[in-house]
Each structure stands twice: as C-alpha cells, then as structure tokens.
Design a binder for this molecule. Structure first.
Ligand code: SF4
Length: 379
C-alpha cells in the first residue's frame, strides 16, 4: 500500500491492515466518516487481494420467490401482500419445479428461493417442493429461506425446534440458508422499520444453529434508511463476533435500501458514494469473512463493476428473475447474462471466475457440465 496516498488521520488504520491486525469499532467509525473514497478503496483492496487475489466471481443462479403473502408488514418492504391484495401471488410446487427445470439447461448451479411468512402453506408443501427440486438434479444447490422464514416454519408450521426444522429441511434437499432478514440489528431501528420481526439475537441464533450443524450461509445488512453509522458498525460487530465463533459465513452482502414504493418513500436512496464507502468499510472491518458481494440488483451493474476496486470480489449472479427489490422500485434489469458479468469483471482489470454456492471456483475438469447445445446465457 502506498501510505503517502492515505490521509494522515487514516494512516494508523491503514498500518493496522498492512500488519494483518484487526480494526476496532472506533476505527470503522473513522473510516465511515472519511470522504477520501480512494483511500478507503486502497485499504479495502489490500484485504480483498490478500483473500481473493485478482479474481472476481459470479454465480449462475435462478431466483424464485414462491409467494409474497406474509403475516408481517415490515415498513421497508414493498414485496409483501395479504391474500386479499391484488398483487398477492403464490406459485404451486409444479410451477416452481417447471421454472427451475427450464433454467437447468442454461447451466444454473443454484436456485435461490425465499418468500413471505405464509399463513397457510403446510409442512408437506415445503418438503415436497424441496424433494421435487432435489429430484430434478442432485447437483443443483438449493439455497433457500431467510432466518425469519426458518423461525416461522419452526414455530408456526412444523412446530419443531429450529435445529430439528433445519435438519428436516436439509434431509429433503436444502443446501444452505440465505442471509436475508438481518436488516439492521439495532432494536430501536428494527422496531421502526420491521416491527414484529425476529430480533437480532434470534436471527443470529438461526445461523449459529445452522453453522453448528456444519452448514454455511451468507450474511447481509440493509442500510441507507434511518440507521446511524454507529448502528451499522454495531451490526457488523455482531456478524464478526458470530463469525469468530462459528466460521460459517461464506460472504457478506450489504443491500442499500430501495425506498421508492415503500411507506418509507420519503427517505433518500443511498448515494453511489455511500454505497462504495459502505462496501470498503465492510471489507476492512469484516476481516474474518472471506467474500464481499456487490448486489447489482440494488446498486446496478455499472456501480457494482466500480466496486471491484473498493473491496468487492463477487458480483453475485445471473438471478434470472428478481422480485423483492423491483417491487420496491429498483429500475435495474431483472437478470444479467454470464457474458455481461464477465465483461464487467474483465473491464475492471479482474479475472472472472464462475463460482458455486460456497464461493468455490469452477474451472476445467471441475466445472459444471454444460448440456449439449445449451448456451451459457440467460437473457
Ligand atoms: S420483509 Fe419479509 S417478513 Fe417482512 S413483510 Fe416483507 S416478506 Fe414479510
């Protein structure tokens, strides 16, 4: 690192990073308060390249939102609906299986599936869905359910412990749980943006349980609404502490709040500057999480590409059909081609690599089999 390009007040932090030392919460606050974005990017890049070299990854995946019907009404959420609402939807098992089977010839390696906390779907529906997806292709990774969906299933649907619920889901095909639902851990903010949702401790406990069972998961943060910088850092601190304990998080995926069609529409969306700064600070602070994903659905592919110089080593995936952010007003496309993701990575001077659900690279003989005649594009 060229220390002459780092402002004086950030140099002690840069020196810690250079010496492989962990930064403190006070350091993270100093980084968040800095407007020297290039210096933040330079420090973040040290950790990014230490962990991931010059490679930037993407996953070829298919999103499925099985239903938006939800017993809760989180204030930040434009996705959820009540059964009577015109925009409520619910797919049958057959429809979901058909959608995934149509995506398999394109070369997807993962289906990513989340939904609302549905009031009436039964245990057999969830288990049948997992079984039928598993039967389509035993190598397809099923990444499904946020921690709050897992709690909902455990308490209201399966009436089992969290551990037994996760065990049952895994036995029927679940590969990993998703990182959604973390929002911001601070209880006061949580009460204002997602009243009634699981607490931070409950979210962390689902992931702790899953990690202790040998499972891996991603973790997230929804920022850019009413939270303070100190509350962002408190969120990162709790993630870092759980990772110290379990080592089960594969990657961190921060989402900028999409206010347009929510009841919090008066809030200004996070700027490009704030999004890059947030990624860089996260990369520097979360020294024990190997990967940092830029969620192009919320930030757009052009900014996600730039973020490859601000600590990011992963551009998430092809996705094919995203609903949650788009119902909140996101104007980004609903999918990306492999070619577009690889072009963005190459243009930024990085080396593209397709990854699996655990961020492991596919290459050569270990790569996913491509069905004859199927093009690895999804548009
Ligand atoms: S964020 Fe999730 S739990 Fe909250 S209302 Fe939306 S779908 Fe329901």
């Amino acid at each position: 690192m060229n220390f002459r390009l780092i402002p004086k007040d950030l140099r002690p932090i840069a020196e810690k990073v250079d010496a492989w030392q962990r930064i403190s919460e006070a350091d993270a606050l100093a980084l968040y308060r800095s407007s020297d974005l290039n210096a933040l990017g330079m420090i973040a890049n040290v950790i990014r390249e230490r962990k991931n070299g010059n490679v930037a990854t993407y996953i070829h995946n298919r999103y499925i939102n099985y239903s938006n019907i939800c017993v809760l009404s989180c204030q930040f959420c434009a996705f959820a609906a009540k059964k009577r609402d015109a925009h409520a939807f619910e797919y049958g098992v057959g429809e979901i299986v058909r959608a995934v089977s149509e995506a398999l010839p394109l070369g997807i390696t993962e289906v990513h599936m989340v939904g609302g906390l549905h009031p009436t779907l039964k245990k057999d529906w969830y288990l049948e869905l997992l079984c039928q997806l598993r039967a389509l292709d035993p190598d397809l990774h099923i990444k499904a359910f946020t921690a709050i969906e897992v709690r909902h299933l455990a308490q209201r649907v399966f009436r089992m412990s969290i551990r037994d619920t996760l065990e049952l889901l895994r036995n029927h095909g679940l590969g990993s749980i998703t990182g959604g639902g973390a929002e911001i851990f601070d209880p006061v903010v949580r009460d204002k943006i997602c009243h009634g949702k699981e607490t931070a401790a409950e979210w962390l406990d689902v992931h702790r349980t899953w990690h202790r069972m040998g499972g891996r998961s991603t973790c997230t943060m929804l920022y850019g609404h009413i939270e303070t910088l100190a509350q962002r850092i408190d969120h990162l601190r709790q993630l870092r502490e759980l990772q110290d304990e379990t080592g089960g998080f594969t990657g961190f995926v921060p989402f900028a709040f999409e206010p347009q069609t929510t009841v919090l529409a008066h809030i200004k969306a996070a700027s490009a500057f704030d999004q890059l700064r947030n990624l860089a600070v996260s990369r520097i602070y979360l020294d024990n999480i190997d990967h940092l994903t830029a969620y192009w659905v919320s930030m757009g592919l052009p900014l996600a590409q730039v973020s490859l110089s601000y600590g990011v080593d992963d551009l998430h995936g092809t996705i094919l059909e995203e609903k949650i952010f788009h119902m909140a007003g996101a104007t980004t496309p609903q999918q990306q081609t492999v070619a577009a993701l690889e072009h963005a990575i190459r243009e930024a001077g990085r080396v593209p690599a397709q990854r699996d659900s655990y961020y492991r690279h596919f290459n050569g003989a270990n790569g996913p089999a491509q069905p004859n005649g199927a093009e690895l594009v999804c548009a």
